[in-house]
Write a protein that binds this ligand. Structure first.
Ligand SMILES: NC(=O)C1=CN([C@@H]2O[C@H](COP(=O)(O)OP(=O)(O)OC[C@H]3O[C@@H](n4cnc5c(N)ncnc54)[C@H](O)[C@@H]3O)[C@@H](O)[C@H]2O)C=CC1
Ligand SMILES: O=C(CO)COP(=O)(O)O
Length: 557
């Protein structure tokens, strides 16, 4: 990047830690430690003094590995003027706090700093070779992004701008573990069929996770996302991809990490946490992460990915197509047809499309019923869109549309997913007040919404659950989570209900599958009968139809 800035005509001062390296860059115009075959221009010099490197700078370009970045910037924050933009080129998620890098930087620095993020398909070596390259720079302050764009763009380096700082960070970071997976495929000697299928599914998962975490879909399908995934999945210069190849050939991960920066390793672990948070299935991310943390052998990845239940591809798109065809053929679309399409959207994690269908129903004077609303509220849980769920509930009340247990359960779970336990609790009580009997799902959902500090409330709900004979293993799992710590167990007197904790833990593992099957049975009540002619089977990537592990108990509907 120093070379890119120098080519754009700036006086560039590169900070490095070794005196020998600094003097070689300044005097011999060669960097002995990286890409030493390239001659550096005279307007690029180096120093081991950070104050000297920073003084008078109009732009600070930061290029350290992600895991070292927040601490480094915090250590040197006195030297960094708050108003000078720091352009981050690191691509990773911060493992210690599971934060986006920008958030971790601000937390560590303990103050606000003007941050921009430069990302996109850009191997350093090819930049040095003046290979035409396109990247995107994101800054919440668009004029600042445009300023950086002007500062760095040349005929060989084209910079786009965006304000989507979340999408750009996620795209650049999340492609790394996916590139490791591509390397594994290469290293195992698998063919182009496998690689094409893998990259297709990997980019869909990237889209799903990044958009669920707040990135724009357009950003992720752009340079910092699919663009960078293409580069690193297929380009042999990628260290992430090389890591996958080497692991497949039997090298040890610890040895590889000694030799080079592999951002995909810590980022894979954070990606799985995000997937859990968003209740997304994401088998590719989970498989790569499991291989990296040693909980899965690479040989078992075939079964983990190819042995999953068979699905339709893009069921929601097909359902929409059928709905549109009805209009074209002048067949009247009724609540039934719309509900089928809304259901397909929910299964395909397409909340926005589902909501636009509800709006279309209003415009076309098609009445919205309990199924319409319940399904839309169900769709809100992924991404924890609790305010949307509450707005839909409000609309049901004002339109006198009856609510059922599924309506409430979905809304409670959504609030729980958004860490809005008070709203979840309020809805649970509203459900009881409206003479609806809370089900096992209702109890599990409201208990799971209780944060650690509300463990006493969770226990009170447990007592109610036992009286209502609506116990479930997932509710017990949520209790275990809320009452973490032996002391609380004793205080809680939980033995009254469960005498043997180990037994419960085992029961949870064994029965969570059965629970989810039952839950899906309840869910199937939302689906249109087969004679509607619209598809009703599980959509691809539909996390809710998948038996989940105990770790995700806080996300039950
Ligand atoms: N190399 C490339 O082609 C590209 C790299 N990136 C991103 O840039 C970031 C850095 O990558 P590279 O420069 O390739 O990595 P690198 O492993 O070469 O590290 C960059 C420099 O940081 C120094 N460093 C490492 N840890 C440090 C710490 N804790 N404190 C101070 N200095 C430290 C290293 O000594 C090295 O000089 C990564 O997040 C990577 O994803 C992004 C696009 C392209
Ligand atoms: O992000 C990169 C290029 O855009 C570099 O990828 P690697 O870290 O896999 O080498």
């Amino acid at each position: 990047m120093a070379m890119v800035a120098a080519r754009a005509g700036h006086d560039v001062v590169l900070y490095c830690r070794q005196e020998e390296q600094a003097s070689s860059i300044t005097l011999k115009h060669r960097n002995p430690r990286a890409l030493s075959e390239f001659e550096l221009p005279p307007n690029l010099r180096a120093t081991t003094s950070l104050p000297e490197a920073i003084e008078g700078s109009a732009l600070i370009i930061h290029g350290l590995p992600a895991q070292g970045t927040p601490k480094f910037l915090a250590e040197h924050r006195e030297l960094i003027p708050a108003e000078v933009p720091v352009c981050i080129t690191s691509k990773g998620l911060y493992l210690p706090t599971k934060q986006l890098l920008g958030d971790a930087i601000c937390s560590e620095m303990g103050r606000s700093q003007c941050l921009a993020y430069l990302s996109g398909p850009s191997f350093a070596k090819e930049l040095m070779m003046k290979q035409p390259t396109a990247v995107v720079v994101a800054c919440a302050d668009l004029p600042m992004a445009e300023k950086i764009q002007c500062m760095l763009s040349t005929l060989f380096f084209r910079v786009y701008t965006t304000t989507d700082v979340v999408g750009v960070q996620l795209g650049g970071a999340l492609k790394n573990p996916l590139a490791i997976g591509a390397g594994m495929i290469e290293g195992r000697g698998l063919g182009i069929n496998t690689m094409a299928a893998y990259v297709t599914k990997a980019q869909l998962e990237l889209q799903k996770l990044a958009t669920a975490m707040g990135g724009d879909a357009a950003t992720i399908s752009g340079l910092s996302g699919v663009g960078d995934l293409m580069l690193t999945a297929f380009g042999s210069l990628s260290r992430n991809r090389t890591t996958g190849v080497r692991l497949a050939k039997g090298d040890k991960l610890e040895d590889i990490l000694q030799e080079m920066t592999v951002e995909g390793v810590p980022t894979a672990a954070v990606a799985v946490c995000y997937a859990d948070q968003c209740d997304l299935e994401l088998p590719v991310f989970r498989t790569v992460a499991a291989i990296l943390d040693g909980s899965m052998q690479m040989e078992n990845a075939l079964v983990a990915l190819m042995g999953r239940p068979l699905r339709q591809e893009q069921e929601w798109a097909l359902a929409l197509h059928l709905l549109r065809s009805m209009v074209r053929l002048q067949v009247e679309a009724n609540s039934f047809s719309y509900n089928a399409a809304v259901t397909a959207c929910e299964r395909g994690s397409q909340l926005k499309t589902a909501l636009s269908l509800l709006q279309e129903m209003d415009e076309e004077a098609v009445s919205k019923d309990t199924i319409t609303y319940s399904t839309a509220i169900f769709a809100c849980e992924e991404g924890a869109h609790w305010q949307t769920a509450l707005a839909l509930l409000e609309e049901m009340t004002s339109g006198s549309v009856p609510k059922n247990a599924i309506t409430f359960n979905s809304a409670v779970s959504t609030c729980g997913a958004a860490a809005q336990w008070k709203a979840a609790f309020f809805l649970f009580r509203e459900m009881q007040a409206s003479a609806l009997q809370p089900t096992a799902v209702s109890f599990a959902a409201v208990i799971a919404s209780c944060p650690g500090g509300e463990w006493a409330r969770a226990l009170a709900l447990l007592a109610e659950m036992v009286v209502a004979q609506a116990a479930s293993t997932l509710a017990y799992a949520a209790i275990i989570e809320a009452c973490a710590g032996e002391e609380r167990w004793l205080q809680a007197g939980l033995q009254r209900y469960v005498s043997d904790v180990a037994h419960v833990a085992l029961m949870i593992v064994q029965e969570s599958k059965a629970f989810w099957t039952k839950k899906n049975h309840a869910r199937s009540l939302l689906c249109p009968p087969p004679e509607s002619g619209l598809p009703v089977s599980g959509a691809e990537g539909d996390g809710a139809s998948h038996p989940r592990s105990v770790a995700t108990t806080s996300r039950v509907r």
